[in-house]
Design a protein around this ligand. Structure first.
Ligand code: GDP
Length: 392
């Protein structure tokens, strides 16, 4: 009996073992098949690559959802910020003169104290000349100012503060005034907009000045198209987009590394199509190799000229960089025909004399001055307001 029970038990154990073996084998044989058919994954639709969006070379404006409104007839994107109304340019320098007075008055006061002192001897004249040179006015201009003042003070025999101030004012103005047209050429010509190229070394405030100039023009009632031709820095294009969106100026831009000349060309084409008053083109400002820069800027200008004359080439210089800024100015003047200077960061230096030196060196007038980091801190340059601000 026990034998039968044990035999039955053995049969059950054997059957269970065989069943288990087959079960495991079956699972194993399915597993590779499962690996061949991966589980379904829900993917987000892939965004179109920039090259797809811009395939035809003509789609250089941002897609409608991101593009800023293009003035009249533009379709505003839902998330578009409210457009700002910048103040007009008239009187800006007067409004901002306190910024100058803060940084420059040491120069003006120092000169006036020396000139009205009772002992106006050789040492005093030398100190006057040194003070002018320290303010970056340049040796040639400083010498000329001192010579003229010496003669006039002798002839008039005066030390009266107001009279001396008037003499100094006259001399400084004589150094700053130029025959050349001071205003930026922004008015359209018949069926084409005025075209302005903004050039300068990175960091001088070139892109900021382009954006601020757009605000100045919009504030004066002009319609503006911006061209982000500094395609070497994605940040510059983004920055310009922000400036444009704030005042409703369309910004023509392409992907980083795109040909700057083609952006400039398309910006001018857009300006003509839109019937805009002014097109402002921000250019790249790398000074690593002079030849590279020369080629690039020259090309941008030549390509733009296929579409329109370039009315203004504004060179942006940082007033705080002194002699270095002048060296930059010389390089740019060799490359393109600079027609005006935008001198930035004049609020951050007591060396406003650079205005005299740069005008003298380049033979072109300072047309705009940057007097702060605020969006409306760019002013058309007014020599009289400038001199009065530094003389207090
Ligand atoms: P870019 O590389 O030449 O295009 O220079 P950006 O336009 O980016 O400007 C460089 C910096 O200079 C920014 O922080 C600007 O806010 C600042 N900046 C530009 N203009 C002025 C100015 O007139 N005054 C002051 N204080 N800062 C300025």
């Amino acid at each position: 009996m026990e034998i039968y029970l044990l035999a039955g038990l053995a049969i059950v154990v054997v059957l269970l073992a065989v069943g288990g073996f087959y079960l495991v084998r079956t699972r194993r044989s399915v597993a590779p098949g499962e690996e061949e058919t991966p589980p379904e994954v829900t993917r987000e639709p892939k965004p179109a690559a920039p090259e797809d969006r811009e395939k035809d070379g003509g789609a250089d404006l941002l897609p409608p959802a991101q593009a800023p409104p293009a003035g009249e007839g533009a379709t505003a994107a839902p998330a578009e910020p409210e457009l700002e109304t910048p103040p007009p340019s008239a009187g800006r320098m007067v409004r901002l003169r306190a910024r100058l007075a803060r940084s420059q008055s040491a120069l003006g006061q120092g000169l006036l104290n020396l000139l009205s002192s009772s002992s106006l001897d050789e040492d005093a004249w030398e100190e006057i000349e040194d003070t002018l040179i320290t303010a970056d006015i340049g040796v040639a201009s400083a010498t000329q100012i001192v010579e003229n003042l010496r003669t006039k003070v002798k002839v008039l025999g005066t030390r009266d503060h107001d009279e001396v101030r008037a003499l100094l004012r006259e001399e400084l103005l004589a150094q700053i005034r130029t025959e050349a047209e001071r205003g930026v050429r922004t008015a359209p010509h018949g069926d084409r907009p005025a075209v302005i190229m903004v050039v300068g070394v990175n960091g001088t405030g070139k892109t900021t000045t382009t954006g601020k100039l757009a605000r100045v023009l919009v504030g004066d009632g002009r319609s503006v198209v911006l061209g982000a031709a500094d395609t070497f820095r994605a940040a510059a294009s983004e920055q310009l987009q922000t400036w444009g969106s704030r005042v409703g100026a369309p910004v023509v831009r392409k992907e980083e590394g795109a040909d700057p000349a083609s952006v400039a060309f398309d910006a001018v084409a857009r300006g003509i199509d839109d019937g805009a008053d002014t097109v402002i083109i921000d250019t790249a400002g790398r000074l690593h190799t002079k030849t590279g820069l020369m080629d690039e800027l020259g090309k941008v200008k030549r390509v733009v000229e296929k579409k329109s004359q370039v009315d203004e080439v504004l060179l942006v210089l940082d007033a705080t960089t002194g002699q270095n800024g002048l060296r930059q100015a010389r390089v740019f003047a060799e490359v393109v025909n600079v027609t005006g200077i935008a001198l930035t960061k004049l609020d951050g230096t007591a060396k406003g004399g650079i205005i005299v030196q740069v005008q003298r060196e380049l033979g072109v007038p300072v047309k705009l001055v940057g007097l702060g980091e605020g969006p409306d801190d760019l002013a058309p340059f007014d020599p009289e307001v400038f001199v009065d601000a530094i003389l207090g």
